[in-house]
Design a protein around this ligand. Structure first.
Ligand code: SF4
Ligand code: SF4
Length: 474
């Protein structure tokens, strides 16, 4: 079949793949209407967020900044270090269950409205194509036309703009990892000076250009794993985009009163970006873009018939039965989602802008000498603040005759850095009565953040201290 010939969608093959495996190029028709309008505004808002987030400084860092060089993650003023990585587990699993929950309720709402791939494809690349090549019949005619000056000029311009957009998206993506000032400085130097960064941008540019200029809807149909698990997440009560068969069939001419409301105009098929016929029922290729809803509503309006022959509804709803929103799977997904949200909120409330950890020094667990029983620790101090932080550590709830080393002076740690310090605690022999636990309280100024850690002071049995030993005890 010629690449541009009309192809009738069916349930046994994928419209966008020809029998020989080649790509059947689709030219979806323009559509106007309620969902198209709001989807466009929503897409533009998402694009704006993607572009401006690296420009918005909060607490001296971009609003979202995965600082790989310093192994820090800045998120709307909060800073997370490598040791806060465990939070990501709850955040990712909570977001995953949120997606499961929304999918079980509303099908592929994410795909049609918010997926970055769809947003870039529909609201950037297809808009450029529409602007240069014209509407669907003009695009089809241009594809069939022999190569001449006009076709070459249009193709060069379109692909140059596609490439420019792909590389812009890739550069903005990199800014989330290295910040805009560094991106700008990299852009003014030779790529050989920053081979890794250049490699990432080059790879992303090529991948995005390939996907959005040629591969297009194939990604959603063949590659996207989320699209593959849809059938496991949805059921007959999930609100999807569907065709009201009871009302539409038998399809045929409008003037024949024995026909249903569908006049078989094919408008819903022509606007579909994945080339399916929604009247054949819900199919894996449907990304829930609602273009067919607007297309059919337009026809119904012209025929003076009620809108909604193709609409957002569940299979039960389309069959004339009530839709159940509360059902076992939505209850389970929502519970898991709430558990994830509570865990993240609780964990975030415990994340401080300073980190203190104390580890026993390598070597013997304790030493016995003339002074008493000695325990040695290493205290690691980290500040996530931009300014220098002064730490003051002291033992609390401890016997008054303990001798300490390394705790008398305040310790200044430079902003956004860590340092390590030894701590020595000696229990005099005279008062030693066996291992005890004391608390180490560390206060960070300014801000008065406070961390309290238990310190276990180990030692031999009190009886063994009767005869003094000078050698380390393992
Ligand atoms: S069937 Fe309708 S909602 Fe699904 S992808 Fe096609 S146009 Fe979009
Ligand atoms: S747009 Fe509506 S009337 Fe036209 S073929 Fe599709 S379902 Fe039938």
């Amino acid at each position: 079949m010629p690449r541009t010939a009309d192809k009738k969608p069916n349930l046994t093959s994928v419209t966008t793949i020809n029998r020989d495996g080649s790509h059947y190029i689709l030219h979806p028709a323009d559509v106007r209407g309620f969902f198209t309008r709001y989807r466009r505004w929503f897409g533009l808002a998402l694009l704006l967020i993607y572009v401006i987030l690296p420009w918005i400084p909060i607490n001296g860092h971009p609003a979202v900044f995965l600082d790989l060089a310093n192994r820090r993650f800045h998120l709307f003023g909060m800073t997370f270090l490598a040791q806060d990585l465990w939070l990501g587990f709850f955040a990712v699993s909570g977001l995953g269950f949120l997606l499961f929950y929304l999918t079980s309720l509303f099908g592929r709402l994410w795909c049609g409205w918010a997926c970055p791939y769809t947003v870039f494809l529909e609201h950037v690349f297809r808009r450029i194509e529409r602007f240069i090549d014209g509407d669907a019949p003009q695009r089809r005619a241009l594809e069939k036309a022999p190569w001449n000056g006009t076709k070459i000029r249009k193709r060069v311009l379109k692909h140059a703009l596609f490439f420019l957009c792909a590389t812009t998206i890739a550069h903005i993506f990199l800014a989330y990892f290295i910040s805009l000032p560094r991106l700008y400085s990299y852009m003014r130097t030779s790529p050989l000076e920053h081979v890794q960064a250049f490699g990432v941008v080059a790879f992303l540019t090529v991948a995005l250009y390939f996907c959005f200029s040629w591969f297009r809807e194939q990604f959603c149909i063949i590659l996207c794993p989320y699209g593959r698990i849809q059938s496991a997440l949805t059921d007959d009560n999930t609100v999807v985009i569907g065709y009201d068969e009871k009302r539409g069939e038998p399809r045929g001419k409008a003037k024949d009163p024995s026909n249903g409301d569908c006049i078989d105009c094919q408008r819903c098929v022509k606007v579909c970006p994945t080339g399916i016929d929604i009247r054949n029922g819900l199919q894996m290729e449907c990304i829930g873009c609602a273009a067919c809803v607007d297309a059919c509503n337009e026809i119904m309006e012209k025929l003076d018939r009620p809108k909604g022959l193709v609409r957002y509804d569940s299979m039960n709803g389309l069959g004339g039965n009530p839709t159940k929103f509360i059902r076992p799977r939505t209850i389970i997904y929502s519970l898991l989602m709430v558990i994830g949200a509570v865990a993240v909120t609780f964990s975030l409330s415990r994340v401080q802008d300073v980190n203190v950890s104390v580890l026993r020094m390598r070597g013997s667990t304790f030493y016995v000498d003339e002074a008493g029983v000695r325990n040695q620790f290493t205290m690691a101090l980290t500040t996530k603040r931009n300014d220098d932080t002064t730490f003051q550590a002291q033992l609390v709830d401890a016997p008054s005759d303990l001798q300490t080393g390394g705790l008398s002076q305040p310790i200044v740690v430079k902003g956004q850095s860590s340092s390590k310090h030894p701590i020595i605690v000696v229990i005099p022999k005279e008062t030693y009565q066996g291992p005890i636990t004391v608390n180490l309280r560390v206060q960070a100024e300014p801000g008065a953040s406070e961390v309290v850690l238990p310190l276990r002071l180990l030692g031999p049995s009190p009886e063994s201290l009767q005869a003094p030993k000078l050698t380390p005890t393992p």
